[in-house]
Design a binder for this molecule. Structure first.
Ligand SMILES: CC(C)(COP(=O)(O)OP(=O)(O)OC[C@H]1O[C@@H](n2cnc3c(N)ncnc32)[C@H](O)[C@@H]1OP(=O)(O)O)[C@@H](O)C(=O)NCCC(=O)NCCS
Length: 260
């Protein structure tokens, strides 16, 4: 079945949330952050919905989606999102990520909606924004943010400057649509942008994605050990940090200060 790719818009929020919640349910990092996700999948989805909205209105992030025909749709015409990738431009804004007045307005309205939801709604549910706090592990959340700060400092930031790149924040493909090249294509589209914009591409890999990224030309700079984020068997989660080096540019960084 044909798969098409495009840049997502705000009207895709719900489908991206579905896709994220289903594709990430068994991911080891999300398992550590949301230990009660199986008991309350609606709240797990709520995280992806909030995240999708944030990223869609963030002027430095581009969300790409992969769509297939939806066989369950009555008119036989509708498409269903089966995969998505959130690419963030770090450094200079690129063509797709330049600030736009409409995006700015949307952002303000959404921020106001979130504020009102917090003020009047029971955990925001009044506005369809359920809180995911009930299923998360607060200690793991804190460790996650601190860990990523440390990882950034170790791999991506040099002399206080973040390495210019397109960074893959999150990639997910529905289980039934996997192993037919959709994940690779969503990665390739990011690499194409990096090449065009004269910068590198970066990501932190999950075990399921690692070989795919390497086949796409990413190399491992090192593996960050998330000492305070544990797998179900108690071992720390490992986060390989990968870079696609743009062959058109001269490299002095990263990571001359690399630790593997
Ligand atoms: C990682 C993930 C995005 C990959 O998506 P995908 O669409 O299955 O990716 P691809 O089809 O491009 O590649 C996956 C594998 O299928 C193989 N493949 C691709 N096309 C194929 C085809 N037509 N027939 C058979 N195999 C195929 C690839 O060679 C690759 O093999 P590998 O497992 O040895 O690497 C998906 O497994 C997923 O969503 N996992 C959960 C979330 C996650 O880990 N995300 C990454 C975190 S950033």
């Amino acid at each position: 079945m044909a798969v098409t790719y495009r840049i997502a818009t705000l009207s895709d929020t719900s489908q991206i949330a579905d896709c994220g919640a289903i594709s990430m349910i068994d991911d080891e990092l999300f398992a550590a952050l949301y230990p009660r996700r199986h008991a309350d999948p609606a709240r797990f989805r709520a995280y992806f919905k909030r995240r999708a909205r944030n990223r869609l209105t963030d002027h430095m992030t581009v969300t790409l989606v992969a769509e297939m025909d939806d066989e369950a749709a009555k008119d036989g015409k509708s498409k269903r999102i089966v995969g998505f990738a959130q690419w963030q431009k770090i450094g200079q804004a690129a063509g797709e990520t330049r600030w736009h007045p409409l995006k700015a307005c949307e952002n303000r309205l959404l921020a106001m909606q979130d504020w009102l939801a917090g003020l009047f709604g029971k955990s925001g549910e009044l506005f369809g924004l359920e809180s995911e706090a009930a299923i998360s592990d607060p200690e793991a959340m804190k460790a996650f943010y601190e860990t990523y700060d440390d990882l950034d400092k170790e791999y991506w930031i040099k002399d206080g400057v973040d390495h210019e790149r397109w960074h893959l924040q999150l990639l997910g493909v529905l289980p039934e649509a996997r192993r037919r090249g959709i994940g690779s294509k969503l990665v390739q589209l990011g690499i194409d942008r990096a090449r065009r914009d004269g910068c590198d591409a970066g990501l932190e890999a999950s075990p399921l994605g690692l070989s795919m990224y390497q086949r796409q030309g990413f190399e491992i700079m090192g593996t960050y050990v998330m000492e305070r984020l544990l797998e179900e068997d108690g071992r720390p989660i490992l986060s390989p940090v990968l870079i696609w080096r743009n062959p058109d540019i001269k490299h002095g960084h990263p990571k001359s200060n690399s630790k593997s």
